[in-house]
Design a protein around this ligand. Structure first.
Ligand SMILES: [Zn+2]
Ligand SMILES: [Zn+2]
Length: 408
């Protein structure tokens, strides 16, 4: 194996072979399918069954995979072929990943090249290649702090809905840093276990705010018989409440520019903010200000809807057989670990200290290109074609990201 790859492999070995390494057992491990990616062969081993964390740990320290997954599903026979597994239920899982969230900086640090035709570009990785419509890409991404923070904001919106609209308590929601550029939320509650893909799609539609009736233009037109104000009638729970609170909070601080940015050039709304909040939003008399029409409120509601929907990877939640990275294991693209923290600590959890697996030692690496970044409380870089001695965690991440080589 190439020296840099071997360096990373050796660090992963130390992590999985250290008895002090904490790897929590997933709930009911004997009913789950386990899978892992082999370091050298780059081959995915699937349909493995482990009765508990001890045999699983022996496998980890013997095999030392680059990535480890388990099913969100529970099966009678997790080690059988897919159609013979005997599906018993599945956790409800959400994946929030910077890969799917547009940010100001993704054009600076992310690149993609179509595996089929070679078309390449910067920024958010497209779902299909604009040139040939293939769906496989070679990507070069960066676990950027700003991008992770925008994933964190999306996670906060999701948690708020799960808590306040779905009625889960925060301690029932398992929140994890994914080890790369995002967060996972697992719900293991008995109540959700038997939901099928369709039911899960309904939940996805809710958190993304898809098909919100109040914003459905066709339906709005069809209900023409009633007065516009009657048709634009927001009640006091769920999304309707979210829209009202959102509009109120937006209006309190909104400037002329803010309104213009969302396509509202209405002076009457700006000049009557307090009345608008009290009479229109709170009392529901939407047309009580001269010059502020239902169309204006619709525009504002649309913007708030955009702002408040949670940007999750919808495919992950609806797939009842999904494999998800295992808590406490290392991410092959960063060397950081997937780690759980209390939901209430979302804002304070720092992945670049809390998910660091390699805490000792330093290594000399030749860095081709890396922006400034933080690791284990230190600020490092930017680097360009230079040999530097770095903490092991930083060296591993740069090598995994294809931005550095072990210097000999
Ligand atoms: Zn292509
Ligand atoms: Zn970024």
């Amino acid at each position: 194996m190439e020296a840099s790859r071997d360096f990373v492999y050796q660090r992963f070995c130390e992590y999985y072979r250290d008895p002090a390494t904490v790897i929590p057992s997933p709930f009911s491990p004997g009913q789950r399918e386990f899978a892992y990616l082999l370091f050298k062969e780059r081959f995915m081993v699937r349909h493995k069954r482990f009765e508990g964390i001890r045999p699983l740990r022996s496998m980890l320290s013997e095999t030392v995979p680059s990535d480890v997954y388990h099913s969100c599903a529970y099966y009678e026979n997790p080690d059988f072929d897919m159609d013979k597994k005997g599906w018993l239920g599945a956790d409800l899982v959400f994946d929030i990943d910077a890969d799917h969230i547009p940010t100001k900086c993704d054009k600076i640090h992310d690149e993609f090249t179509c595996a089929k035709c070679g078309f390449s570009g910067k920024g958010l990785i497209p779902e299909v290649c604009p040139a040939c419509e293939a769906t496989k890409f070679e990507t070069k991404t960066w676990p950027c702090e700003l991008c992770i923070n925008s994933a964190r904001d999306e996670t906060a919106k999701l948690l708020d809905m799960l808590e306040n609209d779905f009625g889960f308590s925060l301690d029932e929601l398992h929140v994890f840093f994914s080890g790369h550029r995002g967060y996972h939320v697992h719900v293991e509650d008995e109540a959700i276990r038997s939901l099928d893909a369709m039911a899960r799609k309904e939940i996805v539609d809710y958190v993304t705010g898809l098909g919100l009736a109040i914003l459905d233009k066709d339906a709005f037109e069809k209900r023409k018989k009633k007065s516009a104000a009657k048709r634009f009638n927001l009640h006091n729970f769920g999304w309707n409440k979210r829209l009202k609170l959102g509009m109120q909070n937006f209006l309190v601080n909104a400037t002329k520019e803010d309104l213009k940015n969302i396509g509202i050039k209405n002076k009457a709304l700006l000049n009557n903010k307090e009345t608008a909040i009290k009479r229109c939003i709170t009392d529901g008399r939407w047309e009580s200000i001269n010059g502020v029409s239902i169309q204006t409120w619709l525009k504002l509601a649309e913007y708030i809807h955009e702002l408040q929907s949670a940007n999750i990877d919808t495919v992950v939640t609806t797939d009842v057989h999904r494999l998800i990275r295992m808590n406490g294991t290392l991410h092959g693209k960063t060397g950081l670990k997937k780690v759980e923290f209390p939901a209430k600590n979302l804002q304070d959890f720092d992945p670049f200290t809390g998910a660091v697996a390699f805490k000792k030692g330093a290594a000399k690496v030749l860095v081709s290109d890396a922006p400034e970044f933080k690791m284990g409380g230190e600020t490092l870089g930017p680097f360009k074609n230079q040999t530097v001695e770095l903490p092991v965690a930083a060296a591993v991440m740069l090598i995994c990201k294809g931005r550095a080589k072990v210097s000999t």
